[in-house]
Design a protein around this ligand. Sequence first.
Ligand code: SF4
Length: 355
Amino acid sequence: MKNLLDFTKAELENLISPKFRARQIYEWIYKKNAKNFDEMTNLPKAYRSELGEKFTIDLPQISSVQTSSDKSKKYLFALKDGHTIESVLLPMKEKSYDEDGNLLHFERYTICVSSQVGCKIGCTFCLTAKGGFIRNLTPGEIVGQVLAIKQDNKIPYERRVNIVYMGMGEPLNNLENLKKAIEIFKDNDGLAIAPRRQTVSTSGLSSQIKKLGEMNLGVLLAISLHAVSDEIREKLMPINRAYNIASIMDAVRNFPIDMRKRVMFEYLMIDGINDSKTDAKLLVKLLNGIKAKVNLIYFNPHEGSPYKRPSKEKMEGFRDYLQSCQVTCTIRQSKGLDISAACGQLKERYKNGNS
Ligand code: SF4
């Protein structure tokens, strides 16, 4: 049996006949949240049972949900083969209130999705890396995270949702399935999440950034930079030996991006490692000529980690220096801090309770 969520509409049109049914099926799944074929009442009954013999509509199963004090939610999903992945729902600032001042809803959401079970990259600050790499997610398993979270939170179809591929795994190590997921998300008969609202976050695999650029999908790019010298970056991210900073910057300079948008540089601030004034100066130099936005992230200490969280003063000093040099820079709000939902803090939790 094939999972319908694995297919772009064009692929589905080749799998079923007549073709126009693909559009109807897409609408049922992504717009009307149909969980089975019986709900698809504008399809003939016999056709529905035919579909049921060949296809399933498989969403990842919610194993647990942790809600943070800032209302972000971390989802643990069980996949069909028993492996687990995590995704995070981040409600964004804007809200609507009723006349009595009660919160009605958030205007905008960001959903951070996983692209692999585990990860091969092995960043030394990352919890996911500790479990090693298990497998790539299918397109349907990537798309299913968003669909399941939207359904669980009753997020209306028309509410704006942004996607960041920043959960477990390196998305560019699963490029073909990532490409399909981007296409499925953007389909106007489906979730209609435009590529400019989808951000692919990478540890900096320059050759893969180049390939993604050549696909011209219109997505945004985020680079987990975290250090400005190869020496420090290699310590934090051993992958830097294969793809050094110069090669990453080169790939970024050639990446096709909407003129109105910026390339995001994620910079995890770790006390005494990469948070000095010299680091800030080098970062400004490195970004020269790139339309960039730097996101400073507080390192979230976790058990067994040798790294520490920098002081607020250090963070703000670093940001202020960048801003004084006309580099757009923000300190990322530590959403989900109390549930360890920040980047590099997600990991597979097995059903037997390891964590
Ligand atoms: S931080 Fe990202 S790329 Fe690095 S090991 Fe963790 S999941 Fe992989």
